[in-house]
Ligand binder design. Structure first.
Ligand code: AMP
Ligand code: MG
Length: 319
């Protein structure tokens, strides 16, 4: 069934309408500082099932639950000393914590894909926080795009992928970070980086005072849902192209790539590159002729470049 997908804005009325829809078990996309999320009540089986259906997301891929207050984490998960340090240091912000679920956790099991852990985050975005408060709900929210595709960083991207399948989109402009959150697992004595993001491994280690392990890049996914092919445009993507390969579209980075079709950042600024990455992949995908390749210039493997390269490798992975 095709729905009329309402366009809501970040106003009192917009938050109220979005909150009412969420309380009725409907799906509402909303902005965060990372990417747009597809929100649903994490207390409703039907609503959470709706997320998996609208995205075509495999049922083994768990969802991040968004909370409006750092104290809410301990309503759902065991928050030990280390987790509390991470929360105090980085929330609200682009850090998701995977923690042991409390035995009588009220969140529906499907948000954890049946695991005994749960992923929690408090976003640092005024509209997301207003919506969390107006709804009074914990919100399950993966990126608001069909599973496997490029994440949305504007309301228009959300409408392209999910228009007609969800009840509303709350529009508050483009996302500032542009890459999904760092995912840190703290389910036992080990701290493990499951997904790189804007909060770096170095920053985590400095705050936690211990080593953060990076699960090796074995062929098996390091976490359910860390699929090798992900974030992928339709066109084939190749990496580390310091010149334009013949016939290819070229996504540049830094001053050397002035002739590129689109540049992630002419100045070579990694924050700017992260914020532009997903939008640029979408634009190039639209420009590409059938069978034309998207070639990407090298991005240095430092700071935010670690997270950018993680997404680019998945976009380029064999499908
Ligand atoms: P997305 O919602 O698409 O940004 O992806 C969230 C990611 O968080 C998933 O791909 C999982 O890898 C990770 N994640 C969420 N919940 C868990 C969990 N309980 N255990 C391990 N990883 C998780
Ligand atoms: Mg996603």
């Amino acid at each position: 069934m095709r729905l009329k997908t309402l366009a809501l804005n970040a106003s009192e009325d917009g938050f109220r309408m979005a909150a009412d829809l969420l309380n009725q078990g409907e799906l509402v996309a909303f902005p965060t500082e990372t990417v747009y999320g597809l929100g649903a009540s994490a207390l409703s089986e039907r609503a959470v099932a709706g997320i998996y259906a609208a995205k075509g997301r495999p049922s083994f891929n768990p969802l991040i639950v968004h909370v409006g207050d750092p104290k809410d984490a301990s309503l759902y998960a065991r928050v030990d000393r280390l987790a509390q340090v991470a929360i105090d240091t980085f929330w609200p912000g682009p850090l998701t914590l995977v923690l042991p679920r409390l035995e009588h956790c009220v969140l529906v099991p499907a948000v954890s894909a049946g695991l005994d852990s749960v992923a929690l985050r408090m976003p640092n975005h005024p509209a997301a926080l207003s919506l969390l408060r107006a709804s009074g709900l914990p919100l399950a929210a993966p990126s608001a795009n069909p599973s496997g595709g490029v994440s949305p960083t504007t309301a228009a991207h959300v409408r392209d992928g999910l228009g007609g399948k969800i009840s509303a989109i709350l529009d508050d402009g483009p996302c500032l970070v542009g890459l999904e959150s760092t995912v840190l697992s703290l389910t036992d004595m080990h701290a493990r980086l499951l997904r790189p993001g804007a909060i770096s491994r170095d920053a985590l280690q400095a705050a936690l005072g211990q080593t953060v392990e990076v699960p090796g890049d074995e062929d098996v996914p390091s976490a359910p849902g860390q699929l090798v092919s992900h974030y992928a445009p339709s066109a084939r993507v190749i990496l580390d192209a310091s010149v334009r390969p013949k016939g290819a579209l070229w996504l540049g980075f830094g001053p050397a790539s002035l002739e590129a079709d689109i540049s992630l950042s002419e100045a070579g600024d990694l924050s700017e590159a992260a914020a532009r990455l997903f939008g640029a992949l979408r634009e190039l995908d639209d420009m590409a002729e059938p069978d034309q390749i998207i070639a990407v210039a090298p991005v240095p493997e430092m700071g935010l470049g670690v997270a950018i390269n993680d997404r680019l490798r998945r976009a380029a992975a064999p499908r």
